[in-house]
Design a protein around this ligand. Structure first.
Ligand SMILES: [Zn+2]
Length: 655
């Protein structure tokens, strides 16, 4: 089986990116710090990765020896840079040469990478021009922003070694985006450049990716895809199998997390005035008058609050029609239910973020109102998730802590709040994540832009944000929101009509499914059809489209829990002997629907699969070149034995 070993002496940012990238890919890897670790591994099945910033000069001779023995090598551009003199060429047998291309540090977009079957991606750090000196297979092209193209990846043989050279600094590029530098979380220069809105949020459209219209590309996921393809191809050329963990249970290719920020439960005066206008336009005069009166009434929050609370409590006593009549004007419970009705149709649970009223720009309800408690318990019964919408100033630990406790007190004692999304998506640098960790949250879902839809973190899979203070990952998952209703239809956002918005959302969803990602949706219960005609239908149609992609519908909590388990699931020592692949897995808890993606050497095909120990087989599916093996895992050790046979011998049962 293909073994991947990284050179250990590298920069903390590159180290961080490697952990996140390989976590996403579900590919096990190790470091080669000591040569004896390497001596145990066969050169035919081992690839050594020399990432950018690797400080290898002192170990050069040792490395040259290993390469002479025939280990495969994947090298990032910086090794060929001037900093290392001709170190790179010495190492790699001189089949490519290079010259460095300029770029800034801290970087801006320095060029564009074009990978067949992957797409066009921006590159942030300096890259190199590769020139092939001998037989060399070139893949992809790279060009400076206004310059001529050169090979992006070179593949060649040096003695018994298979060598792959990347012109780009893959991991530094990934680190740059995941650390939030492009998203304006790393530096203060966005203040100087006046890129922030009144809430202090960076305007997505003013960032470099935003200005170039690149926010709809999950850049990190695409980088990862090419890496996975590289390893897959090395495995084929070396005639060994390659395995990786599937992203989601039962091998699903996309996860959809519908979510709702409950900023209001009652309509405010402005909303009611707008309702009144809409009703009048539709010729419903009594309704228009009623809305107008309520709008006036609601100018006195004290009085209105009491009326609204009474109506919302008393709705339990009224028949359905009356309830609709009363609550459509007053209580958002009706609107929550309407969103839920759509979701129920597609058997989708969702996550609700509730906002405290004891804060600046807070909500208009209290967690402890009887009506609110009823809403909470109804949602929990439906397997929806209750999470905290951290208030405007909740980057302060005491505030965040208090709000979490307050919301918790409105729920049953055993219900644990694990998720948070900041109101207005206000992340205060990396401080918010630090506070969230301290307050005991397992995930945050705030890293999106208010003014544009897309991939602010460059990625649509959970990842750990980077803590610049410790130069390592925060122990919290960031599950970035991708599409927000507000952003689509507000004038300060994309100002789209519902039809074109739907088309745009479908394109984004398609892209997420291409990379096997998570599509997190924010739909506000407050922005209903009365305020924005057609928008509820847009949500319904979007869910309908998402369902056609055969998704895993999950609450963000379900996803975070699954991702944590998947992350901890460890491959033991696997072997490939006499054309039999033995995969060992260890799990500390039950994992139903765990899947492994498996590629066999080109001349072998699957004969049978026998699990033993803690695993029981569920299904085996063939997808193009890959085999998807799904099983239920119990706590403990499992061994999966994969018997293969020469290809074209006899047809196999396709499960
Ligand atoms: Zn909010």
């Amino acid at each position: 089986m293909l073994e991947i070993l990284f050179y250990h002496d590298i920069d903390a940012h590159v180290r961080y990116a490697i952990d996140e990238v390989f976590g996403h890919l579900g590919i096990p890897f190790a470091e080669f710090e000591k040569p004896d670790r390497l001596a145990k591994l066969s050169p035919t099945s081992t690839v050594l990765v020399l990432p950018e910033t690797a400080r290898i000069s002192s170990n050069l001779r040792g490395l040259q020896n290993w390469l002479r023995r025939g280990y495969s090598v994947l090298v990032s551009a910086e090794l060929l840079d001037d900093k290392y003199g001709d170190l790179g060429t010495q190492l790699l047998g001189g089949s490519v040469s290079s010259r460095a291309i300029g770029g800034n540090d801290p970087p801006r977009i320095s060029g564009f990478l074009n990978i067949p079957r992957v797409g066009t991606l921006p590159v942030f750090y300096p890259f190199v021009y590769l020139e092939a000196n001998g037989p060399c297979t070139v893949e992809g092209l790279i060009a400076p922003v206004d310059g001529t193209e050169a090979p992006a990846f070179c593949w060649y043989h040096s003695g018994r070694s298979l060598v792959v050279v990347y012109a780009i600094q893959t991991f530094r590029n990934v680190a740059y985006i995941l650390e939030g530098c492009e998203a304006g979380l790393c530096s203060q220069d966005t203040i100087v450049r006046n890129l922030r809105d009144v809430h202090g949020n960076v305007k997505g459209r003013e960032t470099e990716l935003g200005r170039r219209g690149l926010l709809n590309i999950p850049i990190v996921d695409y980088y990862e895809r090419y890496l996975a393809r590289t390893f897959d191809r090395i495995a084929r050329e070396k005639n060994v199998p390659f395995i990786r963990k599937s992203h989601f249970p039962h091998g699903k290719r996309i996860c959809i997390c519908p979510s709702h920020d409950v900023d209001h439960l009652f309509k405010n005066s402005r909303m009611l005035r707008m309702d009144s206008v809409h009703e009048a336009r539709r010729g419903r005069v009594p309704a228009a008058v009623c809305c107008f009166l309520l709008a006036v009434l609601s100018l006195s929050p004290k009085l209105f609050g009491r009326v609204a609370a009474t109506m919302s409590i008393s709705e339990h006593a009224f028949p359905h029609e009356l309830k609709l009549l009363g609550t459509s004007f007053l209580s958002m419970n009706y609107l929550i239910n309407r969103l839920r009705e759509y979701e129920r149709e597609f058997r989708a649970p969702s996550t609700f973020f509730f906002l405290s009223n004891r804060s600046y720009m807070g909500s208009d309800y209290s967690f402890h109102d009887r009506a609110v408690k009823d809403i909470l318990s109804d949602l929990v019964k439906e397997k929806c998730e209750i999470a905290l919408h951290g208030s405007y100033h909740s980057s302060d630990l005491a505030v965040l802590d208090r709000e979490k406790r307050d919301l918790g007190a409105a729920l049953s004692a055993e219900y644990e709040i694990v998720g948070v999304r900041q109101h207005y998506l206000r992340l205060i640098g990396t401080k918010s994540w630090k506070r969230q960790v301290e307050a005991g949250f397992a995930y945050d879902s705030s890293l999106g832009y208010e003014d544009v839809v897309g991939f602010r973190s460059g990625c649509c899979l959970p990842f750990h944000p980077f803590d610049p203070e410790t130069s390592s990952a925060f122990p919290i998952w960031e599950i970035s929101p991708i599409i927000q209703d507000w952003t689509l239809h507000f004038r300060h956002g994309l100002d789209m009509a519902s039809g074109s918005a739907l088309q745009y959302c479908e394109e984004i969803a398609k892209r997420v499914s291409e990379v096997g990602g998570v599509l997190t949706l924010i739909w506000h219960p407050a922005y209903d059809d009365e305020l924005f005609p057609g928008w509820n239908k847009t949500y319904h149609k979007l869910l309908e489209y998402c369902s056609s992609l055969d998704p895993w519908y999950a609450t963000i909590r379900d996803l975070a829990e699954w991702w944590e388990i998947r992350n901890h699931l460890a491959f033991g020592e696997c072997s490939w002997k006499n054309d039999v692949l033995v995969i060992k897995i260890r799990s500390q808890c039950a994992v139903p629907g765990l899947c492994i993606e498996l590629t066999l050497p080109p001349r072998r095909e699957l004969k049978d699969i026998t699990p033993s120990g803690a695993a029981s087989l569920r299904s085996v599916k063939h997808l193009n070149e890959e085999i998807l093996v799904c099983f239920d895992m119990n706590p403990g050790d499992a061994t999966i034995t994969v018997n293969t046979q020469p290809r074209h011998s006899m047809s196999i049962d396709r499960a």
